[in-house]
Structure formats: C-alpha cells, structure tokens
Design a protein around this ligand. Structure first.
Ligand SMILES: [Zn+2]
Length: 155
C-alpha cells in the first residue's frame, strides 16, 4: 500500500498528512510513523475536525521517545496495527494496551485540556512492562511535568 497524503502542517513539531485512506473529519483513523509523521483523514487536522485523534497519534510519538526505534516498531507499532485490523481486544482497539498507554502519556502531556477518557481510555503500563520496554537511560521527563497546550501550525 502506498502511503499518499497531503501535507497539512505540523502538530507539536511533527508533520501531519491527510489522506482519504484514513477517512474524513471525525470518522478519521490515524497512523503514527516515527521518522515520517502522523497520518489522519481529510479535514481531521487542517479543519480541526478531530484534534483528539491527532493528539492520540502524537501519543505514539511520546511512546517512541521512551522506547526507541526497535522496541517501538516491533513491540508497539506492529501489535497495535494487528489489534486494529483483527480486533484483538474484546472492548475495541482503543482498549488494547498499546493504545491505553498511548492515551495515558497524552493525558499527562496535554494537561491543559480535559482528556476525552471515554473515547480514548488511558492506563499506565505495569512496572514489569515498563522495565523491559522503556529506556533505562531516559533521564528527561519534560512531557510529564510541564502543562502543555497543543502547538499547531497549519498550512
Ligand atoms: Zn493508536
């Protein structure tokens, strides 16, 4: 599948692309590819029709900061895609652990907004998972301490 999208600006410094493959506005699917950018549906970001989906995708970049390339793509990216495709979690993809951890990081990062918990349930990972997944030398935790409002630059 060729990933084609229209560049729509940056979100927190990450390039955002819109593509009809991901749907439209509020009914948008999303994809986060560290090294490339965030992909969402048409109007989702540029018309601000569903900024929470963009925030959620940014949450996968927050995971990437903590895990690094290999663990992100193997332990998070791949299972997350498979969960979305095959509906692994009985309560829906947003309840799969890769997603609830992603939302947990979003919730503390975007602490200036009321996180839409119903739609994007948040839960931290347990200590054991954290031990093998998160970089040991992670010394900075700016995301968890500073209140942030999303920084948006539209094209
Ligand atoms: Zn996700």
């Amino acid at each position: 599948m060729a990933l084609t999208g229209t560049y729509a600006g940056t979100f927190e410094g990450i390039p955002v692309y819109e593509s009809r493959y991901f749907g439209y506005g509020l009914n948008s699917a999303g994809l986060a590819l560290p090294g490339i950018g965030i992909f969402v549906g048409i109007g989702t970001f540029s018309k601000k029709l569903d900024i929470h989906t963009v925030m959620h995708e940014y949450g996968h970049f927050l995971q990437f900061q903590r895990t690094g390339w290999l663990k992100f793509y193997i332990c998070i990216g791949l299972p997350s895609l498979l969960s979305a495709w095959f509906n692994w979690h009985k309560s829906g993809h947003q309840n799969y652990w890769t997603e609830t951890w992603c939302n947990h990081l979003c919730k503390s990062y975007f602490s200036n907004i009321v996180w839409p918990e119903k739609r994007f349930p948040s839960r931290d990972i347990n200590d054991k998972t954290k031990y093998w997944l998160v970089k040991r030398n992670l010394t900075f935790e700016p995301d968890d301490t500073l209140p942030n409002s999303p920084e948006i630059h539209s094209e």
